[in-house]
Structures are given as C-alpha cells and as structure tokens.
Design a protein around this ligand. Structure first.
Ligand SMILES: NC(=O)c1ccc[n+]([C@@H]2O[C@H](COP(=O)([O-])OP(=O)(O)OC[C@H]3O[C@@H](n4cnc5c(N)ncnc54)[C@H](OP(=O)(O)O)[C@@H]3O)[C@@H](O)[C@H]2O)c1
Length: 232
C-alpha cells in the first residue's frame, strides 16, 4: 500500500525538500502551502498534488482536510512543518501581538491541523504525525556552550518550539493510536534564517525523512535530529 503523506508549508525550504525526498522514496505526497500560486508551482515541479492550507485559519485547514478526504480518503503521515521565525525586534521591544503571531503559527497551527487531520489519520493502518520542532526549543541545547543553539537569543521562536516538542509528547500520551514524534532539522540554510545555516536542506530533512519512513514499531513521543535522540 502506498504511503500517503501530507506536508504543510511545503512550497519551499525544508518542507519542499521533504516532499521531494519522500516522493522519490515512493510516498504519494500532497503538498500544502498558503499561497496558491507558489504552492501549485512547487507541486508542478515535483509532480505531486497541491492543497491550499493556511495553518492559522480554521476554515482553510478544514477545507484542506475535506479535500484530501474526498480525493485520497486517508493520510498515513502528516508532517506539521509550516513555521515562522517571527519578529527580529530586541527582546525589550517584543509585543503581545508578536508573540501571538509566532505562537499562532508554530503552536496553534499544529493543534489546528492535527485536530482536523486526526479522522483522516485514523483511516491509516499505521498513522504518524511528525512535528518539525527545533533544537532552539531545547533547554539542554540552548544551555550547552558547545552548541550553536546556545549562542542565539530569540525568546518567541525558542519558546514556541519548546511548546511544539511538549505538544508532541503530550499528544503521544493522549492519542496512543497515532504515533507523534518531533524532529529537529538542525541549523539549515533556508529563507527562515536568511540562508545562514550551515546545513543543506537535504541534511536538514534527514530526521524528518527517517521518522516518515521508519517501522511503526519505532515508537511515539520521541524528539530526534539527524544523529539520534535530542536532549530536552
Ligand atoms: N531552517 C532551520 O535552520 C530550521 C531549524 C530548525 C527548525 N526549523 C523549522 O523547520 C520548518 C520549516 O522551516 P524552513 O527553514 O524550511 O523555513 P522556510 O523556508 O521559511 O519555510 C517555511 C514554510 O512555512 C510556510 N508557512 C509559514 N506560515 C504559514 C502558514 N500560516 N500557513 C501555511 N504555511 C505557512 C511558508 O510559506 P510561505 O512561503 O507562504 O511563507 C514556507 O512554506 C519550520 O517549522 C522551522 O521552524 C528550521
């Protein structure tokens, strides 16, 4: 049976590379993107189907789930990849709306999409959700002077990614019939960071691809990067 995989925010960056790699590996990939033109252009380049989705919008997310329900009928792997870095303002100038914007996309977006897609995931014999978190959301890595994650202060983004990792382990406990795992791509050159990350997008998607292709017995509630388990 072909694995049906839906990826949010897949018109570029890590989401696009995940779509390319999983498609090459034989998954039936559906890419989600909020901009119809960029989404369709990316899907045409990859030879996959495009479904519009803005993860901050209930109507858009429900429409995307209904579209896939009607066409494919189920989802085996959901990759909650869409995310933003948010405001670059100094910490003392960050505002409530800045926080709501980042948490609205990175955290509430995952809750919204996961809720809407759970009925479709439950039609799969081995459903899996992969949340794209970050080492920037890890207490251990952001306090380890040997790690690049300890050199950067970005209160809202890091807090949102800590929430993504906790959401993952909490959903894993609360919803035991679906596997929930979190991936840390590592610092990767994409638009998110002005292409400053040292890794290629292929390196940055190793953990996501591993989680999307591993045996279902591998487990739930884990947080992995391309080398293995990530310290919290
Ligand atoms: N790059 C890194 O070093 C790194 C490290 C750790 C974790 N991550 C995480 O990896 C994920 C992908 O990031 P990236 O580096 O590939 O960044 P990117 O190139 O900026 O891609 C982000 C994607 O998310 C989409 N997106 C943003 N808001 C959305 C919304 N409301 N609805 C739907 N899609 C939305 C973007 O769409 P538009 O094109 O329309 O903006 C884009 O497709 C993010 O969750 C990020 O936090 C990245």
């Amino acid at each position: 049976m072909t694995t049906i995989t839906f990826i949010t925010g897949a018109n570029k960056g890590l989401g696009y590379e995940t779509a390319r790699r999983l498609s090459d590996l034989g998954h039936q990939v559906i890419i989600g993107a909020r901009d119809p033109e960029r989404g369709q252009a990316a899907a045409s380049r990859l030879g996959v189907r495009f479904v519009p989705i803005d993860v901050t919008n209930d109507v858009s997310v429900k429409k995307a789930a209904a579209d896939i329900e009607a066409r494919e009928g189920r989802v085996d792997v959901l990759v909650n990849n869409a995310g933003i870095i948010g405001s670059h303002a100094p910490a003392e100038e960050l505002t409530g709306p800045d926080a709501e914007h980042v948490f609205g996309t990175n955290v509430a977006g995952i809750v919204r999409v996961t809720g809407a897609f759970l009925p479709l995931l439950r039609k799969s014999p081995a459903p899996a959700v992969i949340n794209v978190s970050s080492g920037m959301g890890s207490q251990a890595l952001t306090h380890d002077p040997r790690r690049v994650e300890s050199k950067i202060a970005a209160p809202l983004y890091t807090a949102s990614k800590a929430a993504v990792t906790m959401l993952t382990t909490q959903y894993a406990k609360a919803v035991p019939d679906v596997r929930f795992n979190a991936a840390d791509p590592g610092y990767t050159a994409t638009d998110l960071n002005g292409h400053n990350g040292p890794q290629t997008v292929t390196e940055g998607t190793d953990a996501i691809v591993a989680l999307a292709t591993e045996d279902p017995s591998a487990g739930t509630g884990r947080f992995l990067d391309r080398s293995g388990p990530v310290a919290w």
